[in-house]
Design a protein around this ligand. Structure first.
Ligand code: PEP
Ligand code: MG
Length: 900
């Protein structure tokens, strides 16, 4: 029989850590913590398979099937805790939380204090001897269940939550400011008003039966797998929709039972920098949501962290110790146990842990542990530190790197000099490092209003995810280092300053006020996520410095890789950047980019205008020296490595102006009439230029173009060779579909090379190969390989032609296709291994069937995308080639592919 429910508690568990696929990350780790002797409240996990069943077969059929197992599991929780659902004396209260395979912080729903009703509240009141606490728990439950299960939401984004509105109203009636000032009677009144509001809005009575509450909550968690923000988060993080979420039901423990209770979130190392310091935040007499939601100012766990926080916030030492003491100071014994537990968990998992804990009347409970989300810098530092501490081996360290996240380390930082003169408006917590400059927006769905925006919020909620993704940076007035904004921003590698208390926000007027100075929507500000400073206006940036650990990761990549990583570069400067990142050669130099500057475009246009071969050659003669000079520069920058130079590829219409004003300019420059220019443009017009007169079709119709380019390359290489530079040109023919197309071009190149050698009385090494970017070329690769010395897969065109999607027009429908699940990813970014990849595989195999040691690489955009790089390794390519700033990413992905 298939098992749907896994129980845990009192040091025993039916699951364990490696069952994440079935139990979700949270469920698997709750089980594991039981097994290693960490105190965890008892509970059970409903599997991710049930979620899939729920989505496919519906609620009724699913719940009927799992009911006996759930009932048995609840009975176990009741037994272990000595409680009963809905009992007047000893009620059982549980939490219901989501938990997917990959962590999706805050994206799905949670219900706490489930089991509360008029009887249970009496029971809790008696048991705790604290009726205020009992009623506070009850009103929180009604609020949460009303929101999550009964969908009591604010009417619009400018409105506040309907329950918060009731709270505010009662505070006004009672003349009080804080929730903590409510009396038991006030809380009873709140419960009454909340329930009345639920009835009014939804037409339904608030459920009093704990079983009804439980099934309602389980359904809500399953439903939340498909809420908008969860779908968006999965898209951003590339988490498949089929995975589903597990549901964790667990006995409640209360951090809000008085001054010897509390709750918090902690990291075993610093999630922003990777430093090995235990850190985190807690609140005395509070429930978990209070810490992450940023409603109260959370306090630091350690004395050291607390002191640092006080300096940042400008809080005196006296105020700190009296108003915001660390856990270490406020509850030394609890701190000692927590510190011991965090070390135990990190030792056990050999990775930085992010944990949630609750202290109930002097007893510590762990509610969650997971591998903590971290910035790119922390990721690199933690991997190397753990390697050097002997906790993990080299391959594990390398596999700890999320290659795409290295991108964060390559982003600009604020210029040191500019920072000194910038006006500091406010200081918050350095929640996620980096530099961000942008125009202020107050709502997540308006983040795309400006090309560069900074999202300013009192606090963020999971609904803000998309806006956080679009904005350059995030500034919040409330919330600590573990607030939603901070955690999500670090996960995204997005600059974030949180808890900047001086920032006052009026959503209605869209105005932010800092120390009396007003900032409207659209005003520019800058955020320093590394120091927590908020600056006025724009602050200049500079390139980042790489840490020593970054180089160590790159060394590991070099040690374990089989494939080389080259770069796509058209200038010596780009080639140098890539080389500094460890590129071993150029995989694609697009020569057309060299035709646009100054005098060159004029000569190019003369060539296009030419009516005869003689005229064309005259114009090409003018281009030759420019080209030769460019090639010398680029071959020299990559001396010692292969440099693949591609012959002219784009359709000629790209070199003539299409705007009236520019056509006039061209006419004046060339000494011809505007009509003549217009006629030329008309003549070059094609219905499908990407499928038209381009690639080797140009070289085969105007062989003199190929001749000129081959001459420029060979002359450059000979000149360099004579200077002692190790120049290694590889001349590449684009867009071939038949072997004859290639052969004719190769003949021109070889004949030209021989001519140059004879003229110069000197030779150089060179290769002639081809792009494989038309399906026909891949299918006939065995024939092509008889003549070509290397292949480079142009997966941009190959994707275009395999799918039949125009590279230029796919933007109109691809996002919709991805939303509807027709495609998982944009195939122009992530190689479609199932289709395009198979053509690549056939091309490699056929090519090598003719020439076993044929050199094969990729130069489409996919060459810098980790999953595509891994595929390239699997089909036996010699190298991948990508833009300079993606070289480190591709190097790590290539090494990971090799170590598996
Ligand atoms: C390709 O088609 O993948 C390629 C690299 O060439 P381009 O993008 O210049 O067409
Ligand atoms: Mg191409």
């Amino acid at each position: 029989m298939v098992k749907h429910v896994y129980t845990f508690g009192a040091g025993e568990a039916e699951g364990k850590a490696d069952m994440k696929n079935l139990l979700g990350g949270k469920g698997a780790n709750l089980a594991e913590m039981n097994l290693i002797g960490v105190p965890v409240p008892p509970g059970f996990t409903i599997t991710t398979e049930v979620c899939t069943m729920y989505n496919e077969q519906g609620q009724q059929a699913t719940f009927d099937l799992i009911k006996p197992e759930v009932e048995a599991a609840v009975a176990l929780v009741e037994k272990l805790t000595g409680t009963k659902f809905g009992d007047k004396e000893n009620p059982c209260l549980v939490s219901v939380r989501s938990g997917a395979r990959a962590s999706m912080p805050g994206m799905m729903d949670t219900v706490l204090n489930l089991g509360m009703n008029e009887d249970a509240v009496e029971g809790i009141s008696k048991k705790s001897g604290n009726s205020r606490f009992a009623w506070d728990s009850y009103r929180r439950f009604v609020q949460m269940y009303g929101d999550v299960v009964m969908e009591m939401k604010p009417a619009s984004k400018e409105e506040i939550d309907p329950f918060e509105e009731i709270i505010e109203q009662l505070k006004e009636e009672k003349g009080i400011q804080l929730d903590t000032q409510f009396t038991t009677e006030d809380l009873q009144e709140l419960v009454r008003r909340f329930k009345a509001a639920v009835k009014k809005v939804t037409g339904k009575d608030f459920p009093t039966d704990p079983w009804e509450q439980l099934w309602g909550s389980v359904a809500a968690v399953f439903n939340s797998w498909n809420n908008d923000r969860a779908i968006l988060y999965r898209r951003l993080e590339q988490i498949p929709g089929e995975w589903g979420t597990a549901v964790n039901v667990q006995a409640m423990v209360f951090g809000n039972m008085g001054e010897n209770s509390g709750t918090g979130v902690a990291f075993t190392r610093d999630a922003a920098t990777g430093e090995d310091i235990f850190n985190g935040e807690y609140l005395i007499n509070a429930q978990g949501e209070d810490v992450v939601a940023g409603i109260r100012t959370p306090q630091e766990i350690t004395i050291e962290g607390s002191k640092r926080w006080a300096v940042l916030q400008g809080v005196s030492e006296e105020d700190r110790t009296s108003k915001y003491p660390s856990l270490e100071e406020a509850m030394p014994e609890m701190y000692r146990q927590l510190n011991e537990t965090q070390q135990k968990l990190e030792d056990h998992y050999s990775d930085m842990q992010d944990l949630e804990f609750t202290i109930q009347e002097g007893k510590l409970w762990l509610l969650q542990t997971r591998n903590g989300k971290r910035t790119g810098a922390a990721m690199v530092n933690i991997a190397i530190d753990m390697l050097e501490e002997g906790r993990i081996d080299e391959k594990t360290a390398l596999n700890r790197i999320d290659a795409a996240k290295l991108d964060e380390l390559l982003h600009p930082v604020f210029d040191t000099a500019a920072m000194k003169t910038a006006t500091v408006l406010a200081k918050g917590l350095p929640a996620s490092p980096g530099a961000a400059t942008g125009q202020v927006v107050f709502f997540a769905d308006e983040a795309n209003k400006y090309p560069e925006s900074v999202l300013v919020r009192v606090e963020t909620s999971p609904e803000d995810l998309e806006g956080m993704h679009i904005a350059k940076g995030i500034l919040t007035a409330r919330g600590g280092m573990t607030s939603h904004a901070a955690v999500v921003a670090r996960g995204m590698g997005k600059c974030c300053v949180s808890g900047a208390g001086a920032v006052k926000i009026n959503y209605k007027t869209r105005v932010m006020t800092i120390d009396g100075v007003e900032f409207q929507q659209g005003d520019w500000i800058s955020l320093n996520g590394t120091t927590g400073e908020v600056y006025k206006g724009k602050v200049a940036t500079m390139d980042p410095e790489m840490s020593g650990n970054f180089a160590k990761i790159m060394d590991l990549a070099a040690k374990y890789t089989r494939m080389a990583v080259r770069t796509n570069a058209d200038s010596p400067a780009d080639a140098q950047v890539a080389r500094d990142f460890g590129a071993q050669g150029i995989g694609l130099c697009r020569t057309e980019h060299m035709f646009f500057e100054g005098e060159r475009i004029k000569a190019m246009r003369e060539m296009i205008l030419a009516k005869t071969e003689v005229e064309r050659r005259k114009a090409l003669d003018k281009l030759l020296p420019y080209q030769r000079e460019d090639f010398e520069g680029i071959l020299e920058a990559m001396a010692g490595y292969g440099v693949t130079i591609r012959l002219l590829d784009p359709p000629l219409h790209e070199f003539v102006p299409h705007e009236e004003a520019n056509q006039k300019e061209m006419a004046d420059e060339m000494g011809i009439s505007v009509e003549a220019v217009k006629a030329l443009v008309e003549d070059l017009h094609e219905f499908n230029p990407m499928l038209g007169h381009r690639g080797c079709r140009l070289g085969n119709t105007y062989p003199e173009i190929t001749e000129m380019q081959a001459r420029a390359i060979i002359e450059a290489a000979v000149n360099l060779t004579q200077k002692g530079v190790d120049a290694r040109p590889e001349i590449m023919v684009p867009l071939i579909g038949t072997v004859k197309e290639f052969k004719l071009q190769a003949d021109i190149i070889n004949t030209t090379a021989e001519k140059v050698f004879a003229e110069k009385g000197a030779r150089c090494d060179y290769m002639v190969g081809t792009m494989i970017e038309i399906p026909r070329a891949a299918m006939t690769a065995d024939l092509v390989a008889e003549h070509a010395e290397f292949f480079s897969f142009g997966t941009n065109d190959l994707t275009q032609m395999t799918f039949g999607y125009s590279r230029d027009d796919a933007g109109k429908f691809l996002p919709i296709y991805i939303e509807k699940g027709i495609l998982k990813n944009d195939p122009f970014q992530v190689l479609d291994q199932e289709g395009v990849g198979q053509i690549v595989k056939i091309g490699v195999e056929k090519g090598r069937s003719t020439k076993p040691d044929l050199k094969v690489g990729i130069c489409g955009e996919h060459g810098g995308e980790p999953s595509s790089v891994k595929f390239c390794n699997s089909v036996g390519m010699n190298y991948v080639s990508c833009s300079p700033y993606r070289v480190p990413i591709a190097r790590v992905a290539a090494a990971q592919a090799n170590i598996g």
